[in-house]
Design a protein around this ligand. Structure first.
Ligand code: PLP
Length: 429
């Protein structure tokens, strides 16, 4: 409707101001931290990698979600980034939470979140975790096979079950349907067994793959879910919730994805059907809110007749927070934070250029695969003690970092809150 179009326009207009304010705050936080380090005499660990997290960005993503998918309640996928402050903020904003393990559920329950705001969205669950959720009042969970149904019938017959169906995830960054999801030719049998076991099937869920890029995948999945709702009715189940999973990116593909999904939901699950709609976004909320800064710990010069290039070794890599390169097919882009004793975060020259000196960037471990960037050029000559930063490092980074070679995976996070988040958060408090 007209209002909504007005809203979208305003959102884009405000976006530029928010972005400038966010950059300024993040830049100040990065600068203050690196300028406080005495690189000549500091203790081991003082020059460690650190994050700056902008909670205002999380809040803006939430507003953007509500604008584009007003009927769909987000259940944040904790696996993506279980940062405590991020979870506290989302809890205050009223989202639900998608958890996949006892530890994730425990972390969310400790925030005093009502168990009804949690879905245990792991179709293949650990027995003892099932007993744990039963004792702690978490009822909603997914399943996609007969063995799991029998397990649930034995351990938690009162659970509220979502039948997770298979999707076409071929265009996503991280495919999930190789491992999870019931094909449409098995759903009838599963519903019949659930009925026979006296179980309580309450909904359908799907996931189009993490980092999805084809909006048509959402349309097909909604159509398939609609078919399963009808099948369920023929088995005597009156399903009340559709869970459209995650997969949403935070770039401008979101509006397109959300548009296709919104239209499909309005057609197959219109408001008057009374069906609740939920989703499990992870990277959408976390990715853009986190920036990471890394220290150049060593440099190797590569002399060539044409030009000298350099291998830069920084204090974080593929076994650490850049695990997203390995597991999440990401390509983080280095920018210069500090070079030659000057912090250059907000000068345009900080960006990589076509010309300039060529660098490759490597992590601190002794493994040869630990390379962040094969080739990047900067106008500046970088050396030990300089700093690089990488944006959009909030999703599937810290959560899958290891301590390989004795490097820590527990890095400081400095929190800032750019407008309009700051004001809105104060109102919330
Ligand atoms: N829900 C489930 C069941 C998942 O497995 C995942 C990611 O693997 C998510 C939600 C979150 O996906 P994304 O971060 O792409 O939104």
């Amino acid at each position: 409707n007209n209002n909504q179009h007005g809203g979208l326009h305003d959102h884009q207009h405000d976006g530029a101001n928010n972005h400038a304010h966010a950059r300024q705050l993040i830049g100040n936080a990065l600068r203050e931290r690196v300028e406080s380090i005495d690189h000549e005499y500091c203790e081991p660990g003082d020059e460690d990698t650190f994050f700056v997290a902008d909670l205002g960005e999380v809040y803006r993503q939430h507003l953007r979600w509500k604008l584009n998918l007003p009927r769909v309640k987000p259940f944040y996928a904790v696996k993506c980034n279980p940062d405590q402050k991020l979870l506290e903020l989302l809890s205050a904003l009223g989202t639900g939470f998608d958890c996949a393990s006892k530890a994730e559920i425990e972390q969310v329950l400790k925030l005093n979140v009502d168990p009804s705001r949690i879905i245990y969205a792991q179709p293949c669950k650990t027995n003892s975790y099932l007993r744990y959720v039963k004792n702690n009042g978490v009822r909603q969970m997914t399943f996609d096979n007969t063995d799991e149904l029998r397990k649930i019938a034995r351990l938690y017959p009162d659970a509220e079950l979502f039948l997770r169906i298979l999707t076409d995830d071929s265009s996503s960054l991280c495919r999930l349907s190789l491992k999870f999801g019931a094909s449409l030719d098995s759903t009838d049998e599963l519903l019949a067994l659930a009925n026979e076991l006296g179980l309580n099937v309450v909904g359908v869920s799907f996931h189009v793959g993490s980092g999805a890029s084809d909006p048509a995948a959402f349309l097909k999945a909604v159509q398939d879910a609609h078919t399963v709702f009808q099948q369920a009715a023929s088995h005597g189940f009156s399903l009340k919730t559709l869970d459209v999973g995650g997969g949403f990116c935070s770039d401008n593909t979101f509006e397109q994805m959300a548009g296709v999904l919104r239209t499909a939901l309005d057609e197959y699950f219109p408001a008057h059907s009374g069906i609740n709609l939920i989703a499990e976004p992870g990277r959408y909320y976390a990715s853009t809110a986190f920036t990471i800064a890394c220290n150049v710990i060593a440099r190797r010069s590569i002399e060539d007749i044409a030009a000298t290039s350099y291998m830069l070794y920084v204090n974080d890599g593929l076994y650490g927070n850049f695990s997203s390169i390995m597991f999440d097919h990401q390509h983080p882009v280095a920018k210069i934070l500090r070079s030659g004793g000057h912090t250059v975060y907000d000068t345009p020259a900080a960006d990589a250029t076509e010309d300039g000196i060529e660098y490759s960037i490597w992590g601190p471990t002794c493994d040869g695969i630990d390379r962040i960037t094969e080739s990047i050029r900067f106008p500046q000559l970088l050396d030990v003690g300089d700093w690089l930063y990488f944006e959009d490092m909030g999703a599937y980074t810290k959560c899958s970092a290891t301590t390989f070679n004795g490097f820590t995976n527990n890095h400081d996070v400095i929190y800032v809150c750019s407008e309009p988040g700051a004001k809105a958060l104060l109102e919330l408090q």
